[in-house]
Ligand binder design. Structure first.
Ligand SMILES: NC(=O)C1=CN([C@@H]2O[C@H](COP(=O)(O)OP(=O)(O)OC[C@H]3O[C@@H](n4cnc5c(N)ncnc54)[C@H](OP(=O)(O)O)[C@@H]3O)[C@@H](O)[C@H]2O)C=CC1
Ligand SMILES: Nc1nc(=O)c2c([nH]1)NC[C@@H]1CN(c3ccc(C(=O)N[C@@H](CCC(=O)O)C(=O)O)cc3)C=[N+]21
Length: 281
């Protein structure tokens, strides 16, 4: 067997085109503001890509770039102003923030109704309670890819490797909501290869290049590789040893071109949803 490639770039392009069509029919533009503080170099690229994708789909998108020396109080005041601005439907505070600002404080300052990252504890709590709310973009994108790959979720054994607030935990909640039997693995998990070998669905969100080896993949499993790791050579690789996994998996996402583009498309999907909900449309 050799795995089918799950083309996240193509699925994301279709999703964005669908959003563009819906926005063109609205007669008004949903507003997205990305707040960037300081000069984290990777953030520069991500923020530009988000802004470009948002504009192309017809959103009113702008980036608020604050200097590295911005205090936590100043950032919170900026977020409060965006919360109060009726033209703003979605607010994303780009992470990482400078070390002198507490990320939790910034996340909790965002109006949950405008929290298009889905990171606010109100939205995390809604997800964990099975209630509607804004869902984090990367896990949401991963669910779209699983659906597109025709993966059977009900009753399937799924493993999520990683338990971060932004990827692992919400991913596990979404899989649980889709009736998977979910294992959440992390750095203290005993026998990670053994846990992985039982799984019909593998979601790797660790941040360790090619940690998941080919012989950890159950024959016919569907593999979603969230990891984005830049090697010293400059090459981007995932958390899964891609070439090794190919003969075992039924379908697998590449890095790049897998989950990453879906994260941006789902940010736009969340922004449209937030806009429609806020405006009672
Ligand atoms: N494609 C996309 O759009 C996105 C990609 N990413 C990428 O996804 C990856 C994960 O991101 P994020 O969740 O923010 O990372 P975090 O560093 O916040 O979390 C990593 C998780 O992996 C676990 N872990 C670390 N080492 C091991 C190990 N040896 N075995 C098992 N588990 C381990 C940690 O466990 P513990 O909790 O015990 O410390 C932790 O739960 C990164 O490569 C990141 O770049 C992130 C966001 C979006
Ligand atoms: N508040 C906040 N929300 C986020 O969602 C958030 C964040 N902060 N901080 C950083 C991480 C990372 N992230 C990515 C988005 C797109 C790609 C992406 O488009 N990747 C492409 C290109 C990769 C490349 O060439 O660099 C791909 O995988 O094909 C990757 C990673 C969002 N994040």
């Amino acid at each position: 067997m050799t795995a089918t490639l799950i083309d996240g770039k193509a699925v994301a392009a279709r999703l964005r085109a669908g959003l563009a069509t819906r926005i063109a029919g609205l007669g008004w533009a949903p507003g997205l503001v990305v707040v960037r503080v300081g000069e984290d170099p990777a953030s520069g690229v991500y923020v530009r890509n988000k802004d470009k994708a948002a504009r192309e789909a017809g959103f009113a998108s702008r980036t608020r770039h604050l200097p590295e020396a911005t205090t936590e109080a100043e950032l919170l005041a900026e977020i409060a102003a965006l919360n109060a601005d009726p033209a703003v439907d979605g607010i994303l505070v780009q992470l990482p923030l400078p070390a002198h600002i507490r990320a939790e404080a910034a996340i909790e300052a965002v109006d949950p109704a405008k929290d298009v990252d889905g990171f606010h504890p109100v939205n995390a709590g809604r997800l964990a309670s099975g209630l509607p709310g804004l869902v984090p973009c990367t896990p949401r994108g991963a669910m779209h890819l699983l659906a597109g790959a025709g993966a059977t979720l009900r009753g399937a054994r799924a493993i999520v490797i990683g338990r971060s607030q932004i990827v692992g935990r919400p991913m596990a909640q979404l899989l649980l909501g889709a009736d998977c039997t979910v294992t959440i693995a992390h750095s203290r998990t005993a026998d990670l290869p053994g846990e992985c070998r039982r799984a019909d669905i593998v979601v790797a969100a660790v941040g360790r290049p090619e940690m998941v080896r080919g012989d950890w993949i159950k024959p016919g499993a569907v593999v979603i590789d969230v990891g984005i790791n830049r090697l010293e050579s400059g090459k981007l690789v995932g958390d899964v040893a891609f070439t090794e996994a190919l003969p075992h998996a039924r379908a697998i996402t590449p890095v790049p071109g897998g989950v990453g583009p879906m994260t941006i498309a789902c940010l736009l999907e969340n922004t449209l949803e937030a806009a429609l909900a806020r405006r009672g449309a």
